[in-house]
Design a protein around this ligand. Structure first.
Ligand code: SF4
Length: 381
């Protein structure tokens, strides 16, 4: 089941004959029917991507949950067509989930004792509910529907006000869709974490264009400046691809310079590799030699590591509200949790408990972790 099954359906069913049924990401409701087909020895496949399915009525079973933080899906699919990305083909058109069902899920989680939720989608800032959630049909909605539509800033506000004692995060943001409204809403509510994962993928306008990203380097800088101005101290992380087809040394330098400008807290960095079925795989030759890709990636990673260290070390002496999630991997005598800026913090357990918000004074740091001591239960949330 799922998007990989959908992508590899012929291999699974015909070449390897590994399975009897292939169920695409949105076809779970068809399972009884598919089982019947498989029982009568017929090939059972449903990989049709739905335009409406948001899994809104499904209460997920949270098998590996720590009982403290949970993901809540708010959108499915993506209407952007970044040339390297397989999501638009495997997850379908962008559609948003009814805010009522989102709030119900958040309330259920709060009642079960969860302390933090992450509103999740491929492109959360593009969230839009107008009585229906299919983004591409918004223009044909009635005037009243358009006027009363709920966008991402309003959804954030709804959730923040409904659950003031819960910490709220969201992921992933797309630079061209992140509005000033969202940034102001984050600044207004203490329980919305000051952290944004803001993939950029490249610092070069030429490469951004080849990637079909809908933002320029300059627009990205403007967004970063606004975030820093409206939410001082906001944590920001990135996704970056090194060695995208046609990338020159100059393009790569643009990426390094962008990193130097933003000085992200951390990032997820990869060298380019083709994803079958994407526009880039079909139409753009993967022409950067592997050693060049690897060298550029190493330069990006090294620079990011410097910035991460700079950011964490700047926190020494400060106090942060940390939500305790689990025992530290390195020592059973320390708790591990995250600050609102999404940095991991560890500190002696004393009598504190998982799920508590505590103020932690930081007295040391590595490039990825803050180390400190709890000074009491936090009043921040
Ligand atoms: S990279 Fe993100 S925004 Fe671009 S198509 Fe993929 S999911 Fe959509």
């Amino acid at each position: 089941m799922g998007c990989m099954a959908e992508r590899l359906k012929y291999k699974f069913l015909e070449e390897e004959k590994m399975v009897d049924i292939v169920v695409g990401p949105d076809a779970y409701k068809d399972l009884p029917n598919l089982l019947k087909q498989a029982e009568s020895n017929r090939e059972a496949v449903n990989v049709i991507l739905s335009k409406e399915e948001t899994y809104g009525d499904i209460a997920p079973v949270r098998l590996d949950s720590n009982g403290v933080s949970a993901f809540v899906s708010i959108t499915r699919g993506c209407d952007n067509m970044c040339t390297f990305c397989v999501v638009p083909f495997t997850r379908g058109r962008e559609r948003s989930r009814d805010p009522k069902s989102i709030l119900e899920e958040v309330n259920q989680l709060a009642e079960k004792g969860y302390k933090e939720i992450t509103l999740l989608g491929q492109n959360v800032d593009s969230y839009l509910w107008y009585g229906g959630g299919l983004k591409k049909d918004f223009e044909t909605a009635t005037a009243l529907q358009q006027k009363t539509a709920v966008g991402f800033a309003q959804l954030l506000q709804l959730v923040a006000e409904a659950r003031p004692k819960m910490r709220i995060r969201f992921s992933t943001s797309n630079p061209q869709d992140m509005s000033l409204d969202v940034i102001h809403t984050m600044a207004k509510y203490r329980n919305i974490c000051n952290y944004i994962h803001l993939p950029v993928q490249s610092g070069s306008n030429a490469i951004l264009k080849k990637m079909n990203r809908q933002h320029t380097r300059e627009e990205y800088f403007e967004l970063i400046d606004n975030i820093r101005k409206i939410i001082p101290g906001c944590g920001i992380s990135q996704d970056m691809i090194a060695g995208f087809p046609t990338e020159t040394e100059e393009d790569h330098q643009d990426t390094l310079n962008l990193l130097k400008y933003v000085k992200y807290d951390y990032g997820f960095m990869y060298s380019y590799s083709e994803r079958p079925g994407t526009h880039a795989a079909r139409k753009i030759a993967d022409d950067i030699p592997e050693p060049t890709k690897k060298r550029r990636l190493q330069e990006i990673i090294a620079l990011q590591r410097e910035h991460s260290e700079l950011r964490t070390k700047a926190n020494i002496g400060k106090t942060f509200c940390v939500l305790i999630e689990k025992s530290s991997k390195k020592s059973d005598e320390f708790w591990s949790g995250r600050t609102g800026q999404n940095t991991v913090a560890v500190f002696p357990k004393e009598n504190y408990q998982v799920g508590e918000f505590v103020d932690v004074k930081i007295d040391a740091a590595t490039s990825a972790t803050l180390i400190g001591k709890a000074i009491g239960i936090s009043q921040e949330i």
